[in-house]
Design a protein around this ligand. Structure first.
Ligand code: FES
Ligand code: FES
Length: 163
C-alpha cells in the first residue's frame, strides 16, 4: 500500500474512483466512507451503522468488497475504488442492477448499493454461484425490507445471464 504523504496535520490521498483519478487533503481519522461522500460526492455509498455491521457502505477496493466506514482514507491511498455510481456504462445500468429492479429487490433502497456491489464481487469471482454461495456473499449486508429472497433471486438471475 502506498503511504499517504503528510502535509502538516493533513495527508495527501490519491485514489482512483470509478476510473477517475481523485486527490484530497484529509485528516488522519477520516474514513473512506466520508471521503467518498463528502469530498468526492459519491453519495450512492450509504452511511448506516459506521461500525462495520450493516454493509450499507460497501464499496469495491481493488475489486474486493470492503466496508468503507472501517477503512481510513489514508489506507485507500493508491488504491482503486468502485462505488455504485461506477456500474452504469454509457447511460445503461449494469445487468445486476436491472435484475434487482426486475425482481423488486429494491424497496427503501438503503442497502441496495452495498448489496449490489457484494453481488458484483461474487459474480466476478464465481460466475455461477449456488444459492448458498449467494447468501454467504451478502451475509455482511443487512436489509430490513425485503427478507432477502428477492435479492438472492436477482443475483441468481444475473448469474444465469452469464451462461
Ligand atoms: S455504515 Fe459501514 S458497515 Fe454500516
Ligand atoms: S431495501 Fe430497505 S434496507 Fe434493503
Amino acid at each position: 500500500m502506498a503511504k499517504a504523504i503528510k502535509k502538516g496535520k493533513l495527508h495527501v490521498v490519491r485514489l482512483n474512483v470509478n476510473g477517475e483519478e481523485h486527490a484530497a487533503l484529509v485528516k488522519a481519522n477520516m474514513t473512506l466512507l466520508d471521503l467518498l461522500r463528502e469530498e468526492f460526492d459519491y453519495t450512492g455509498t450509504k452511511k448506516g451503522c459506521e461500525l462495520g455491521d450493516c454493509g450499507a457502505c460497501t464499496v469495491l477496493m481493488d475489486e474486493r468488497p470492503v466496508t468503507a466506514c472501517l477503512v481510513l482514507a489514508v489506507e485507500a491511498d493508491g488504491h482503486s475504488i468502485i462505488t455504485i455510481e461506477g456500474l452504469e456504462k454509457d447511460g445503461r445500468l449494469d445487468r445486476l442492477q436491472d435484475e434487482f429492479i426486475n425482481h423488486a429487490a429494491v424497496q427503501c433502497g438503503y442497502c441496495s448499493p452495498g448489496m449490489i456491489l457484494s453481488g458484483k464481487s461474487l459474480l466476478a469471482r464465481n460466475p455461477h454461484p449456488t444459492e448458498r454461495e449467494v447468501r454467504e456473499a451478502i451475509a455482511g449486508n443487512l436489509c430490513r425490507c425485503t427478507g432477502y429472497v428477492r435479492i438472492v433471486k436477482a443475483i441468481m438471475a444475473a448469474a444465469e445471464a452469464n451462461s
